[in-house]
Design a protein around this ligand. Structure first.
Ligand code: BGC
Length: 763
């Protein structure tokens, strides 16, 4: 009982039973959205353990000085309370039959149906449908269809509820509340610190056996609440339909920034009227068509093999569309997308390393926006560098609004030994994010061929970050430059020196800057002059050369294992069996505190392995294999970013069965049967990881030193894998079977050079 995979062939993920204790799972994994707004799939009626959530990308607010800025949870628009002959419709009581809740990821529609008998014996067949339009970014539409076994009086109570908080932190001041024409309900809120106005409008349409029911609304206004009440007399066998049309607009929306709130109120009201005129079916079908146009036709992915594998790929694509604010370059992707309060809507390295490849290869315009966001947030990165006594751009580990700078919370969780909150060091010393950003910009530009991006933003990003690294290096007694006191990707190791990932990526960053210095000087003197003035390239160049020649780059030991940092390999080994077999992540943190974990050879997630993945050509196959084996044994995959990297590298090593096993595990992080792991929101990066397992791992795609390589190796369970990728503006269709691969240039306007299974081909 729980998740139901019987309809995945029809692109449907379902839940087959109602459990009021595990509501968070489907609220998050079945959430709806369009990158502008994200809506958790909470039910129409209320339950004790529900977490309602609606988030509008980029609308950050800081609740008070003791908290960091976060994405506020906006007033709820989707609740509808129903009373049948005075009894509240609630699955907490009465009798439930034929329950299902399901999300169709192809069309982005949520549906729930149930036959419910109330405690007093009233029977109702209820169906609830909902969409967030992919076509009209502000629109939410719902339809509730009810039919009864007896004659009943149904009361409906529904409107807008502004008592919603982020787990207690109320981010909004109450504003205008209004009924127009006794039908349209409008509520205005303003975020308390960032001053962003939110306008929400909703209205209902009631229908009895297909004819509009002109029931007059009783109207209510309460503290932070505006709602309507309707009463309808329904005869046995009649069909009663309640449609609810809602929208949200904010003063942060690019197209409404220069309008005052009253104008936006009018826009919102009119949009609600237009949506009602269109009607639920039209809104749903045009949104479904948009899903085809934007996602399924544009980036087809098909696996001939176990149906769940193909579904997992599509489920990843579904969520990657929900989470990405492709409409606005001032925003980025949150670690939980727009599906929950977890990680406060903040952006991490998850974007560049795990998610960006999907967008670059399938929706380069969107990818460009994600990297423009980094460029636009340079002021925060400069402030962080200056604050820490460094030069250049030091990107925040967690990032929110453009000029916020570092927003990582300082404390989280509890130290099991001291009982005090655990200090989060990432915001201070998890510094690899800076080269990850540079790597992302480079990767985007090379794969897309977008030189305009490089001219306007890319060179500067790479050089400004390289300036940071040159200033960050510390000269050791050995005459080498070290990077001490950091957290690498593996967050179970704090305050380490010479984390291999950090050092190699810093080296890469400075080397790239040197390369671009020459390219600009020789070929693009205008840009060179501009950046020279802005960044002082001549001086920076000397520091990069010096940095590159003296930076300490850890070398593999005699067993070919690359030391993750200067002390990992000399820490003690303990029996990790219990944690390796754990059903839920984080078991070790309930037995040891972080200081103790630091003394153990144990990893939360892939660390050196991410390095092998990004800089594949710099390490030998022997080193990769030996290191994979050494670290995997000690890795608990306590971060959702870990399994996919392991799977891709296992594919690279020719370990197909292992790669497949890890892929399956990675794809079940949110999709799987564990009902507790997604409460705070889905794991955004893990979806990018799933796509990487399929297209990079089994599909064999990689951009290496600026060149495209395709070298598929399908798992035994698959007959065929087909996908498309866009390489420098040319869309390539790849069809791989166990012993053959066909690549076709669908665009065909320029020739593409690609290495296919070791052979250079021109398409
Ligand atoms: C991981 C980080 C990741 C963050 C957000 C943490 O648990 O250790 O690598 O960036 O989650 O997804």
């Amino acid at each position: 009982m729980g998740m139901d995979y019987s309809k995945i062939i029809d692109w449907i993920i379902a839940e087959d039973s109602f459990n009021p204790e595990t509501l968070g799972k489907c609220e998050a994994v079945m959430s709806l959205g369009n990158g502008y707004l994200g809506l958790r799939s909470a039910t129409e009626e209320h339950y004790l353990n529900e977490t309602r959530g609606m988030f509008v990308a980029g609308t950050f607010n800081k609740f008070d000085e003791n908290e960091v800025t976060e994405l506020p949870n906006a007033a709820d628009l989707i609740a509808v309370d129903l009373f049948i002959d005075g009894e509240r419709f609630s699955l907490d009581s009465g009798e439930i039959k034929n329950y299902t809740r399901q999300l169709n990821i192809k069309t982005g529609t949520l549906m729930r149906s149930v036959q419910w008998t109330s405690p007093k014996g009233k029977q109702v067949d209820a169906k609830f449908e909902r969409i967030v339009s992919l076509k009209r970014l502000h629109t939410i539409a719902q339809r509730i269809t009810l039919s009864f076994a007896d004659d009943v009086i149904v009361k409906v109570r529904s409107g807008i509820d502004g008592t919603i908080t982020n787990t207690g932190s109320q981010h909004f001041s109450d504003g205008d509340k209004r009924f127009y024409e006794k039908k349209y309900i409008q509520y205005v809120q303003t975020t308390t610190q960032s001053g962003i106005g939110f306008v929400e409008t909703t209205a209902h349409e009631l229908k009895l056996d297909g004819s509009t029911l002109e029931a007059a609304a009783e109207i209510f206004m309460d503290r932070r609440k505006v709602y309507a009440g309707y009463t309808a007399e329904i005869k046995a066998g009649q069909t009663f339909v309640i449609e609810k049309y809602s929208n949200v607009y904010t003063t942060r929306d690019k197209e409404y920034m220069d309008k005052d709130i009253h104008e936006i109120q009018e826009i919102s009201l009119n949009a609600c009227k237009t949506d009602i005129q269109a009607g639920y079916d039209v809104l749903a079908s045009e949104s479904g068509a948009q899903w085809d146009k934007e996602v399924w036709d544009k980036a087809p992915l098909s696996i001939e093999g176990p149906a769940i594998d193909g579904f997992a790929g599509h489920f990843a694509q579904y969520h990657m569309r929900l989470m990405v604010p492709g409409h606005d370059n001032r925003m980025n992707i949150g670690a939980k997308g727009l599906s929950g309060e977890g990680y406060k809507g903040h952006t991490f390295w998850d974007t560049e390393i795990f998610l960006l490849p999907y967008y670059i290869f399938t929706a380069p315009d969107t990818a460009r926006k994600l990297e423009e966001y980094r460029y636009l947030s340079l002021p925060g990165a400069h402030a962080k560098a200056a604050h820490n006594g460094y030069k250049g751009a030091m990107f925040p580990w967690e990032s929110a609004w453009l000029d916020d700078g570092e927003v990582t919370p300082e404390y989280c969780d509890v130290d099991i030994l001291t009982g005090k909150p655990v200090k989060v060091w990432s915001g201070f010393i998890e510094q690899h994010i800076t080269s990850d950003v540079a790597f992302g910009a480079w990767q985007y530009a090379v794969i897309s061929g977008d030189m305009d991006f490089m001219d306007k933003y890319g060179y500067e990003l790479i050089m400004d970050t390289a300036i940071f690294w040159a200033s960050r290096l510390e000269e050791g007694e050995d005459g080498k430059y070290h990077i001490n006191d950091v957290v690498g990707p593996d967050e179970y190791r704090e305050h380490v020196n010479d984390n291999a990932f950090t050092n190699y990526m810093a080296h890469w960053n400075m080397k790239k800057a040197i390369e671009y210095y020459h390219i600009l000087k020789e070929n693009k003197p205008d840009i060179f002059a501009k950046l020279n003035k802005k960044l002082g390239l001549e001086e920076a160049y000397k520091a990069w050369e010096d940095g590159c020649s003296k930076i300490f780059l850890p070398v593999p030991n005699d067993k070919n294992v690359l030391p993750q940092d200067d002390c990992y390999l000399s820490c003690k080994d303990i029996d990790l069996d219990k944690y390796k077999k754990q059903e839920h992540v984080g078991g070790i943190t309930r037995d040891y505190n972080l200081e103790q974990i630091n003394q153990i050879q144990v990893s939360k997630q892939a660390d050196c392995l991410v390095l092998f993945f990004l800089l594949e050509n710099e390490f030998s196959q022997e080193v990769k294999k030996a290191s994979w084996e050494y670290y995997e044994k000690r890795t608990l995959h306590d971060s959702s970013l870990s399994l996919s990297t392991h799977s891709v590298l296992a594919s690279d090593m020719g370990e197909k069965a292992l790669a497949y096993d890890l892929f399956q595990k990675a794809s079940m992080i949110d999709l799987g049967t564990f009902m507790g792991s997604s409460n705070a929101g889905i794991h955004a990066a893990s979806f990018g990881g799933v796509w990487e397992c399929v297209v990079y791992g089994f599909g064999g795609v990689r951009m290496l030193d600026g060149k495209l390589r395709i070298c598929p190796a399908l798992p035994d369970e698959w007959e065929k894998l087909s996908y498309t990728i866009i390489w420098k503006g040319q869309k390539l269709a790849v069809e791989a079977t166990k012993d053959d691969v066909k690549v076709q240039n669908l665009t065909g306007t320029t020739e593409v050079e690609v290495e296919i299974n070791g052979e250079i081909c021109k398409l």
